[in-house]
Each structure stands twice: as structure tokens, then as C-alpha cells.
Design a protein around this ligand. Structure first.
Ligand SMILES: *Cc1c(COP(=O)(O)O)cnc(C)c1O
Length: 440
């Protein structure tokens, strides 16, 4: 089919290399639960190992179920190639280690998922890769922190708890002439934000969240936009230009040229996945394919429900403030209008007037919403960061990341919106009852 012109709803079902199983005709992608693949003959094996021909050798590096997921994700995102891995954490680690080695640095937004923050500030540092954190409010901060050893820029498109859109185009435009790609984590806004249309070079996802969508499996994805001029920047990007001694001297920008603009994705697969081994299990890849097939439908409902929930909260007398891109003002609103399509995402933050204890009471009073440290499930979820995800930080540090004592984060699901609101309403009623009694 002329898939190039197809819309997201169609690509989620038909995009990529999969049509049907070549031997059985099975339409659903089978779980190819195999570690290895029979070579046709010695010549075939030799060509596969030399990357003269692409094919499966061993499931740590590639697998047909995984490949169906990867090619479909690349089609849906508008990228050239994708690499599925065993977690979102592995995806962000590989995305950077594919370009940076000891002595190099990366400039990253401060507004990050906690796990990413720990990876950048502690583990990559121990690897000798320095991550320089800058405030994304001013895109020029990225340029200011750049030097000749800067290999990449990194950010989340819609980071929580602040829920302010990252200036994708502005920062991509700073990096591109310098040979520095912008890598973005679009976990919180698949389809709603289209990073490649705004100049991002690489997109990473925790597939654990919206892509899987049902809270069953941990996984991650790196998507290569195929839109970055690596070959023009040999000094800036040595790992793609120097002969790779671990792959019989391959120069990645040259070695895979006949296969398309996928040097970045291939290198990540055949060196990092080969050596560090965070391969996604075929069963989990299958689960992500199931999730992907209904992603456009679910995202639409998530986004619609989130608007209703945000409006309900905004009008509620016990709520001091609602943090939601739809209510942004000034520069944050301009960014929201520029980068969001078809909704504002499904994360909604709000602050209870009665503060920290009320936040705790609110969470304890929920009956429908789950209290979990997760986002992107089809079910609605809630968490009180001050007593959980951000409890290790001092009060001051919490405020700097956007977490006030009464802040509650919701990941709005796809239940009927009235039922979500009914549960929120009763929990809000219960949130300060004891506090009021104690005050009397
Ligand atoms: C969950 C999450 C991650 C980490 O993904 P895992 O699949 O849990 O390893 C990274 N970034 C964001 C924005 C996330 O929400």
C-alpha cells in the first residue's frame, strides 16, 4: 500500500516492514521466541556479519518480532530507523553513549524524569561523560554550555511536573550548524508532539508508558530521524567517523550508506546492543505492537479526558492552581501552541490549597484512580510527589523542580471522563476534612 501518505491511525496498524508471516500467512505478528537463526549457507552468514546484507543472526541484536515493532514505530514517528531495547532507561543511555565517550560532554535540560537525572548525574559521570544541565527557559543556555567536546543536546518534550513544552526547534537550530543533534524523550506526548517536524534528530521513548499503554511491560525505543547531516561533521562526531576497531574498522557514516541515512541507528544496534545487551524480549515487543495498534485512538481519548479533568479542577474551590499546557500563558503558551497537536497530553498537575497533608489525604481517598509511580496507562493514575518520587529532595529542591507540598500529578486514563471526575470530586471533598477538624 502507498504507506508514505498514510495517517497515524493507519500507520499504527500497517506501518513498517510487516505484512504477514512469510511461511504461515499469520497476520498478527508472531512472537518469534528464538535466540538464533539458520543461515542459508556460509556466504549468507559471511554477508550478514559484514553488514553487506541485513538479516537476523542472534536475538540480542535483532529479532523479527522486534523488527516489526521497530519499523512500524519509525513509520509512525516519521523517522528512518528505530531500535527497540529493554527499557526507557536503556534507550536514553544508548542514545547518548552512541555519540559520547570519556572526556566528552552532553548539554541537557534540567527538566528530566528522575531516572534519567540519576543516569546523567551519576552513572554517565562515572563513565567519564559529563552532562551539563541548563534551564530550557532560555534556549541560548544550550549554546553557552557548548564546547568542542559537546556531542549532543538532550531534553524531554513535555517534562513533568512543570508540564512546559521544551523549545525543540530553537535548540535544534542552535545545534544543527555545529553538528550537535538534539535528542528528545517524547515519552509523555507520542503523536501529540512530532519532534522530527521541529528539527529533532533522535527521539527516544519509554515504551513502558503510552506505547504499551496497558502497564504490562518495560521497554524503550530509539528512533533515528535520518535527518541529521552527520557526514558534514567528522570532528564533532568522531564515533560515527573514526574507523571502529570493534567492527573491523567500519566507518559508520560510510559503512551503511547504501542502506539509507541510518548510521546512528545501526551503530547503536551493532555495537551498543551487541556489547551491553539490553535487548527487548520478543514477548514484550509483541505487547508493544498490540499497544501501538490502538495508540492513536487511546491518545485521542487520553487528551480529551485530560481537558475535562483540568477544567473540573480549575473550577474547584479546594484547588489553588492547575498545571496543564492548555492553561499556559506567555512564552509557555506560545510553545504549547507551537508544539502540541490534537490536545495537551494527558498529564495534569494541581495544587491543593490545604498543602502536603491534604495531598496525602486526597491520594488515600481515591477509589478509582490507582496510586502508582507510573504514567501512560489506560487507567487513570495519581501520585503525590512531595511524599513519594521527590521525597529525597529538600523542600527547596522540590520547589526548584516544580513540586510544591500540595502538588498532585494525574495521568488521566481512558475511562469515561465523568467517572474519573466523580472519583476526583469525592477525594477532594475528603482531602481536608481531618485538617479542618484539627484546626477547630
Ligand atoms: C518512565 C520514563 C523513563 C524511563 O523508562 P523505563 O521504561 O521505566 O526505563 C524515561 N523517561 C520518561 C519521561 C519516563 O516517563
Amino acid at each position: 500500500m502507498p504507506i508514505e501518505t498514510a495517517r497515524p491511525e493507519t500507520l499504527a496498524l500497517h506501518g513498517g516492514s510487516w505484512r504477514a508471516d512469510p511461511t504461515t500467512g499469520a497476520v498478527a505478528v508472531p512472537i518469534y521466541q528464538t535466540t538464533s537463526y539458520q543461515f542459508q549457507d556460509t556466504g549468507h552468514a559471511e554477508r550478514l556479519f559484514a553488514l553487506e546484507e541485513l538479516g537476523h543472526i542472534y536475538t540480542r541484536v535483532s529479532n523479527p518480532t522486534q523488527e516489526a515493532l521497530e519499523t512500524r514505530l519509525a513509520a509512525l514517528e516519521g523517522g528512518a530507523a528505530a531500535l527497540a531495547v529493554s527499557s526507557g532507561q536503556a534507550a536514553s543511555a544508548y542514545a547518548l553513549l552512541n555519540l559520547a565517550r570519556t572526556g566528552d560532554n552532553v548539554v541537557s535540560s534540567t527538566d528530566l524524569y528522575g531516572g534519567t537525572w540519576a543516569l546523567f548525574a551519576a552513572t554517565l559521570k562515572r563513565f567519564g561523560v559529563e552532562v551539563r544541565f541548563v534551564d530550557p527557559a532560555d534556549p541560548e543556555n544550550f549554546r553557552r554550555a557548548t564546547d568542542e567536546r559537546t556531542r549532543a543536546y538532550y531534553a524531554e518534550t513535555l517534562p513533568n511536573p512543570k508540564l512546559e513544552l521544551f523549545p525543540i526547534q530553537e535548540v535544534a537550530d542552535i545545534g544543527r550548524p555545529l553538528g550537535i543533534p538534539l535528542i528528545v524523550d517524547n515519552t509523555a506526548a507520542p503523536l501529540t508532539v512530532r519532534p522530527f517536524e521541529h528539527g529533532a534528530a533522535v527521539v527516544v521513548y519509554s515504551a513502558t508508558k503510552y506505547i504499551g499503554g496497558h502497564g504490562t511491560s518495560i521497554g524503550g525505543v530509539i528512533i533515528d530521524g535520518g535527518n541529521f547531516p552527520w557526514e558534514e561533521h567528522p570532528e564533532r562526531q568522531p564515533l560515527l567517523h573514526e574507523p571502529d576497531p570493534s567492527y573491523h574498522g567500519a566507518v559508520w557514516v560510510e559503512a551503511v550508506k547504501p542502506l539509507g541515512p541510518i548510521a546512528y541507528a545501526i551503530r547503536a544496534r551493532v555495537t551498543l546492543l551487541r556489547d551491553l545487551g539490553a535487548a527487548v524480549a520478543p514477548f514484550n515487543a509483541f505487547q508493544f505492537i498490540q499497544g501501538l495498534e490502538t495508540l492513536p485512538l487511546r491518545i485521542r481519548q487520553h487528551n480529551e479526558n485530560a481537558i475535562k479533568v483540568a477544567e473540573f479542577l480549575k473550577a474547584h474551590p479546594k484547588v489553588a492552581r492547575v498545571i496543564f499546557p492548555g492553561f499556559a500563558t506567555g512564552e509557555a503558551k506560545r510553545r504549547a501552541d507551537t508544539y502540541l497537536r490534537g490536545g495537551y497530553g494527558a498529564l495534569v498537575g494541581f495544587e491543593l490549597k490545604a498543602g502536603k497533608e491534604a495531598g496525602r489525604n486526597f491520594i488515600n481517598a481515591l477509589k478509582l484512580l490507582y496510586h502508582v509511580a507510573n504514567i501512560g496507562d489506560a487507567r487513570s493514575l495519581a501520585i503525590h510527589p512531595a511524599t513519594t518520587t521527590h521525597s529525597q529532595l529538600t523542600g527547596e529542591e522540590q520547589l526548584a523542580t516544580g513540586v510544591t507540598p500540595g502538588y498532585v500529578r494525574l495521568s488521566v486514563g481512558i475511562e469515561h471522563p465523568d467517572d474519573i471526575i466523580t472519583d476526583l470530586a469525592q477525594a477532594l471533598e475528603a482531602s481536608d476534612v481531618e485538617l479542618l477538624a484539627a484546626a477547630e
